[in-house]
Design a protein around this ligand. Structure first.
Ligand code: AMO
Length: 432
């Protein structure tokens, strides 16, 4: 079938187009039949538009066709735009030709907002669930956010890179790796581009990557997934303060841009407050003290539990950094502080009680790096392809990794990270 080519998005059908012929294409959102006059509301990615079928004004064959339409049938409509005070958005289309491009069978869940489905059901039937206006809003914002992040990196002269996701050794720690059969040997899915991005500072100086990371963690929480999108940055001749400032700029620009997407935010029933720079920076030790004052006892040298982050966020109110973490609970590549090696040049960015990003100044001297590996029970021999690079002119460098889905989750005030992921991969979910 030769199908009509869409000339306009529904959002472009405005009263100013009165009298003009257009082709819109999309899905039947609603059919209203009040005898002599029938309305079809057509949905596309950008919104809804009303098609008005009035006896005498459109051919009888079209009126008969409307009777066969069901919600979510795929149609293309050629018609004339008419400004109208009573129609939705002040405009309607008077059809001349309607093509039914596909007939729907049965949708597995409600997408029209009449019946709420629970998240498990929605994820099971995700492709249908994604037609809901809330989801279209989420994933359009997600795309914009990714673009803002990219643009900001370009403004700071970073180069976008792609590093291998099938790798031979661990980067963050051994236990959380997915093994894959790689011909006659065992390989692993990358937990992070950490080692590659560091190596690239010796050539490209400032690099960033937006790509998947895989973690075989058995967590089953509202903010962990086994596959997530990691926004990674690494820059030569920078330290953790420099890179924190870039991260801060990224966050503010993301919030600023999103706060202007009012129509999409209205669909999600949220508004966005843009955080002020600079973000507060508290040390790990200060965080522990603050928690003790709030009757949460975190033992020195231990990670801060989720409840602790929540309490700190409530106290501070805005996005903030926890800096200078104990060296022992950070990865081997983290630079210890010169004046107190038990603490490190490291940070986590916390927003609304969730760790959104973490980063540090890195060790750039081979012998020191090997020593830190050994201290953590890692065998430098397993990292020989990485360590040798440090003999070839490794600059001082710093970087961070930011969880894109975590950022979207807090930005869009969703309670579960899965809401902002098209097809989440978690402990029990591998399909669809
Ligand atoms: P880290 O392991 O802290 O650091 O990860 C960086 C950020 O990635 C996000 N994240 C996750 N998101 C969803 N599900 C998960 N299971 C998950 N795990 C992590 C978080 C976290 O802050 N190489 C270092 C970064 C660096 O120093 O450059 C790293 O991977 O938002």
């Amino acid at each position: 079938m030769k199908f009509l080519k869409k000339t306009h998005w529904t959002s472009e059908i405005r009263p100013e187009l009165d009298g003009k012929e257009v082709v819109v294409a999309g899905w039947v959102w609603e059919v209203r039949d009040i005898g002599k006059i029938k309305f079809v509301v057509l949905r596309d990615r950008e919104g809804l538009v009303q098609i008005t079928f009035k006896r005498g004004e459109v051919p009888e064959s079209l009126l008969n066709l409307v009777k066969t339409l069901r919600k979510e049938d795929v149609i293309a409509v050629r018609g004339v735009v008419r400004a109208s005070k009573i129609a939705r958005a002040g405009v309607e289309i008077i059809p001349v030709e309607v093509q039914v491009l596909n007939r729907v069978k049965q949708l597995p869940l409600d997408i029209w907002g009449e019946v709420e489905s629970e998240l498990g059901t929605r994820l099971r039937y995700r492709a249908a669930d994604l037609k809901r206006p809330e989801n279209i809003a989420i994933f359009k914002i997600s795309s914009t956010v990714t673009k803002v992040i990219r643009d900001t990196f370009y403004d700071y002269n970073f180069v976008e890179v792609f590093t291998p996701k099938i790798i031979a050794t661990c980067t963050e720690g051994g236990a959380e790796l997915f093994a894959v059969q790689y011909f006659e040997r065992t390989a692993y899915l990358a937990q992070s581009p950490q080692l590659y991005k560091e190596q690239l500072t010796a050539s490209l100086e400032r690099v960033f990557e937006i790509g998947p990371a895989f973690r075989a963690e058995r967590h089953n929480t509202t903010y962990h997934l086994n596959e997530f999108v990691s926004v990674d940055a690494e820059a030569a001749f920078m330290d953790y303060n420099d890179i924190m400032s870039i991260l801060e700029d990224i966050i503010v620009r993301v919030y600023e841009t999103t706060s202007r997407l009012t129509e999409l935010l209205n669909v999600l029933k949220i508004s966005i407050t843009v955080p002020r720079r600079p973000f507060k920076r508290i040390t790990y030790d200060e965080a522990i003290d603050l928690l003790r004052k709030n009757n949460i006892d975190v033992r020195q040298g231990e990670d801060i539990p989720q409840t602790g982050l929540e309490v700190l966020s409530e106290e501070i109110g805005e996005p903030f950094f926890i800096v200078d973490w104990p060296t022992d609970i950070r990865p081997f590549y983290t630079m210890p502080k010169e004046e107190d090696p038990s603490r490190s040049e490291s940070f986590d960015l916390i927003i609304d009680g969730i760790e959104i990003a973490s980063g540090s100044t890195r060790i750039h001297v081979r012998e020191k790096l090997e020593e830190e590996m050994r201290r953590r029970g890692l065998n430098p021999e397993n990292f020989k392809f990485h360590l040798e690079v440090f003999d070839w002119g490794m600059p001082p460098h710093a970087g961070f990794g930011l969880g894109l889905y975590r950022l979207l989750m807090v930005l869009l005030k969703r309670r579960n990270i899965r809401e902002v992921v098209l097809y989440p991969r978690d402990r029990f979910r591998l399909e669809p």
